[in-house]
Design a protein around this ligand. Structure first.
Ligand code: HEM
Ligand SMILES: [Cu+2]
Length: 485
């Protein structure tokens, strides 16, 4: 078995190849989806003619594709680091990529050719009663989603198998015996604890998603088979909220594993760390009713619980990660480079992005902000400035910024500054527009709103420039990684 806190990560050739393939696909899809995002902003700003039906197809592909690559990139980060502690299957990671690619082709066809445009949230009954597109398009879109989900489920089950083989149970690999004072053994490493959480949450989430998508697919083929829309909405948000969130918990291990390399100190788990992650494991799965505050048929206790838990949900894992990272680098003489810079950017994006999210999860605020651009504002904050920089940091680490590189060689820090500055500008425009009640998911904006949309378009173009720079650097360095040097 490999040492706890390894300073050098080992990976065999098959592993390197599939990790590289995953990241190439993630990088390419990320750029394509960003360009679709820019297209929407340009359409709203009146600078580009985007027919409304096309806008909603683009919106659906963009949202689905982005969550898809956040999951693909996140699970690759997790796989790479977790494989330092437990034996994972490269075949399963390969199967996941194939399922992902097949799913993407089906989704693109269903949306851009079939016309499906019900948004990434596929809320029933819109997908099958869209009127603008045939019900078969919904069937195929859902099938594509199921394939992507099946791939993730396979990887999560492989994680679970490997963790149980090494630690005996998921409770042990989560550090629970130590947390409850039942054992004095050393705690599992942070990545193993996080990997356990990801295993549990991903498995439940994907199964939950399938349990509503299958009935919806039947409904698409046979409208006589009906579904309770409120039940559907609950299950869909159990799936959608948890899946979008678990991508952060997958990718965050890049901080636990790489920051120590720059700071020259190990990142160790503690009982507080385990407690934090345990809190997040439970809460991330039960706070989805904060998406249903406007559904007055929901029991009041569900909304109350969701509001309270939304306040506390993200804090545990986030605080232990944030404080842990600060303690780690405090007076460590950390080496600044693109990778360590992106790691810090991602911490900032995650921590700061939670604030507008929590505000929106407050019932009195939600009743005003619910369908405004505040909502994309908060999730773009922690996705664009949190999860994506974690994945980019991992890409750059693998291919060029290996340890030992002196910081003055990084003449490319401009890309980091542009990404941060323009990314922040982009999400702040969303939030500001939301505060001024600009609705979300409107293809056509009033002229009064267009000035915001134009600022957002310029920021988006700059973010894409910086992201393209990171991804090209990654592609250029890929040979070194593949050859194992
Ligand atoms: C350059 C970067 C990006 C741009 C320009 C962009 C742009 C947009 C726009 C204009 C919308 C529609 C807003 C509206 O409702 O009017 C949107 C929605 C969305 N975006 Fe992005 N985005 C970017 C990055 C991301 C990232 C990194 C993620 C996640 C990893 C993401 C996930 C989503 C999701 C889930 C939706 C909601 C789709 C729906 O309503 O069904 N976006 N984005
Ligand atoms: Cu949520």
């Amino acid at each position: 078995m490999v040492a706890e806190n390894p300073r050098v990560f080992t990976i065999d050739e098959a592993g390197r190849r599939i990790v590289a393939a995953n990241l190439v696909v993630a990088g390419a899809v990320l750029l394509a989806m960003m360009l679709l995002g820019l297209t929407m902003r340009l359409g709203q700003s009146g600078w580009l003619e985007v027919p409304p039906a096309r806008f909603y197809q683009i919106m659906t592909v963009h949202g689905t594709g982005m969550i898809g690559i956040a999951a693909l990139g996140g699970i690759t980060v997790m796989w790479y680091f977790l494989s330092q502690y437990v034996r994972l299957s490269t075949h399963i990671l390969t199967a996941n990529l194939l399922l992902f690619l097949i799913g993407v082709v089906i989704i693109l066809t269903a949306d851009f050719i079939g016309g499906f445009a019900a948004g990434w949230t596929i809320l029933f009954p819109l997908p099958t009663h869209g009127a603008v597109w045939p019900a078969e398009a919904a069937f195929w879109h859902l099938l594509g989603l199921m394939l992507v989900g099946a791939g993730l489920l396979l990887v999560a089950l492989d994680f679970g198998r490997a963790l149980i083989a090494r630690y005996g149970s998921l409770g042990r690999s989560h550090g629970w015996p130590q947390l409850f004072g039942l054992s004095n053994d050393p705690l599992p490493p942070p990545t193993v604890i996080a990997g356990t959480m990801v295993t549990i949450v991903t498995t439940l989430t994907v199964i939950g998603g399938a349990s509503i998508m299958v009935p919806m697919m039947i409904n698409a083929l046979n409208p006589a088979f009906t579904i309770n829309p409120l039940l559907a909405k609950n299950v869909i948000y159990f799936f959608g909220h948890s899946l979008a969130n678990v991508t952060i918990y997958m990718a965050v291990v890049v901080i636990y594993e790489l920051l120590p390399l720059f700071a020259g100190r190990p990142y160790k788990a503690s009982r507080i760390f385990v407690a934090g992650w345990t809190g997040s494991t439970i809460m991330v799965l039960i706070i989805f009713p904060h998406h249903l505050f406007m559904d007055f048929a929901m029991p009041q206790w569900a909304s109350g619980m969701a509001q309270v838990l939304s306040f506390t949900n993200s804090f545990p894992a986030m605080l232990v990660t944030g404080f842990g990272a600060l303690a780690l680098v405090h007076r460590s003489g950390i080496q600044w480079s693109l990778v360590s810079g992106l790691l810090f950017l991602s911490l900032f994006g995650w921590l700061a992005g939670i604030v507008p999210a929590v505000i929106d999860a407050t019932i009195v605020v939600n009743s005003v902000m619910h369908n405004t651009l505040w909502v994309p504002g908060h999730f773009h904050f922690y996705m664009l400035l949190g999860v994506i920089p974690m994945i980019l940091a991992f890409m750059l680490y693998l291919t060029r910024d290996r340890l030992g590189r002196s910081p003055e060689k990084d003449s490319d820090m401009w890309a980091l500054i542009v990404y941060l500055g323009a990314g922040l500008g982009f999400v702040l425009v969303f939030l500001y527009s939301g505060r001024h009640s600009v609705p979300r998911r409107w293809a056509v904006h009033w002229p009064e709103w267009m000035v915001y949309d134009r600022f957002a378009s310029v920021f988006a173009a700059l973010v894409i420039l910086a992201a393209a720079f990171f991804i090209v650097r990654f592609l250029i360095g890929l040979r070194h990684f593949l050859s194992g040097r």
